[in-house]
Write a protein that binds this ligand. Structure first.
Ligand code: PSU
Ligand code: MN
Length: 305
């Protein structure tokens, strides 16, 4: 059923730390040809942090937990790679298609494979006009129902951030600020919204993961919100302008549903002449390394060496 890369299977069998990585970011979130280079760099960042990377995707209908370099290249370059959320998994497996998994779909497959820690850039959430469109990412439902710890830089800045935080609360999802009391704003270090809980080390996150098991709130996600350092964030004035213009452009082009995020990311990258792209890459690399350190701390807590 699952095609687990031998290196990942060995790590899981021996209790060594593993970090899941999503593939939508590679196929739909980053432009070619940088996307393949960055996909490899993300895996390197996980290794630097002391864990084994497992990039997750559907390759010819196989649910792959860990991709070898040839598979990674296919996901990054083939035109028939579809953005796959949880609801699309079964259909694409049945049709033996190529799929890049979102946070929701990646979390599902990671948990199925026994991987507890996952690194990404920004979560999906409640869209700004959700009151009319009902557009809320399946990432939230995934977090509500999956035993996973996700390191991210908050949610995508195109979203309604306070509404997303409210939904995370309703769904019983733990949100921890990493080294901060503020919820990060993806390209910005601070979204302007406060968090109730702050942690300052991978061991503290591992302690929350272990306590979650003990108290029986496992089966739900933990979000570790890791901000970009202030000197690495996108200039807030530029960000404000991009957001304003991008949302207007999406409206004019009548972009809907799952196409909204790829459209806006592409708009930002183009209009900022790569400034947001560079920030996006920094975000993912920081998160991959932190996730590896958290997976290591969690493995040490479970199998004291
Ligand atoms: N954030 C990014 N780039 C991305 C995504 C999020 O900066 O490509 C992707 C993730 O895979 C996330 C998905 O799970 O967008 C959410 O899409 P939607 O809003 O359609 O559920
Ligand atoms: Mn959506």
């Amino acid at each position: 059923m699952l095609s687990v890369l031998p290196e990942v299977a060995d790590a899981l069998a021996s209790g060594a730390p593993v970090v899941a990585l999503e593939s939508t970011i590679i196929s739909h979130g980053l432009p070619r040809p940088e996307n393949l280079r960055v996909a490899r760099e993300i895996e390197q960042a996980v290794r630097r942090g002391g864990a084994v990377p497992a990039t997750i995707a559907l390759v010819d209908g196989h649910a792959c937990i860990g991709l070898d370099d040839a598979a990674l290249e296919q996901v990054a370059t083939r035109d028939d790679v579809i953005k796959v959320s949880t609801r699309d998994l079964a259909t694409l497996v049945a049709r033996k298609g190529m799929g890049a998994t979102t946070v929701a779909a990646t979390s599902h497959l990671a948990a199925l494979a026994g991987i507890g820690v996952f690194a990404t850039g920004g979560l999906g959430g409640v869209h700004r006009d959700a009151r009319n469109t009902w557009d809320e990412s399946a990432d939230l439902q995934g977090l509500a129902t999956t035993d996973i710890t996700i390191v991210c830089a908050g949610v995508k800045s195109i979203l309604d951030v306070p509404a997303t935080l409210e939904r995370l609360e309703t769904l019983g999802v733990t949100v921890l600020g990493y080294g901060t009391d503020a919820f990060p704003g993806f390209y910005l270090s601070d979204s302007g919204y406060r968090l109730d809980w702050r942690v300052d080390s991978p061991a503290e996150v591992a302690a929350v993961m272990a306590a979650r098991q003990e108290i029986g709130t496992d089966g739900r996600g933990i979000v570790v919100a890791n901000p970009l350092p202030v000197d690495e964030q996108v200039d807030p004035a530029l960000h404000e302008r991009l957001l304003h213009d991008g949302l207007a452009a999406a409206e004019r082009a009548a972009v809907r549903g799952k196409d909204v995020t790829p459209f806006l990311l592409e708009f930002f990258h183009r209009e900022s002449k790569g400034v947001t792209l560079e920030a996006n890459i920094r975000i993912i690399l920081h998160n991959a390394e932190l996730a590896a350190r958290i997976a290591t701390a969690a493995a040490d807590a479970e199998w004291p060496r």
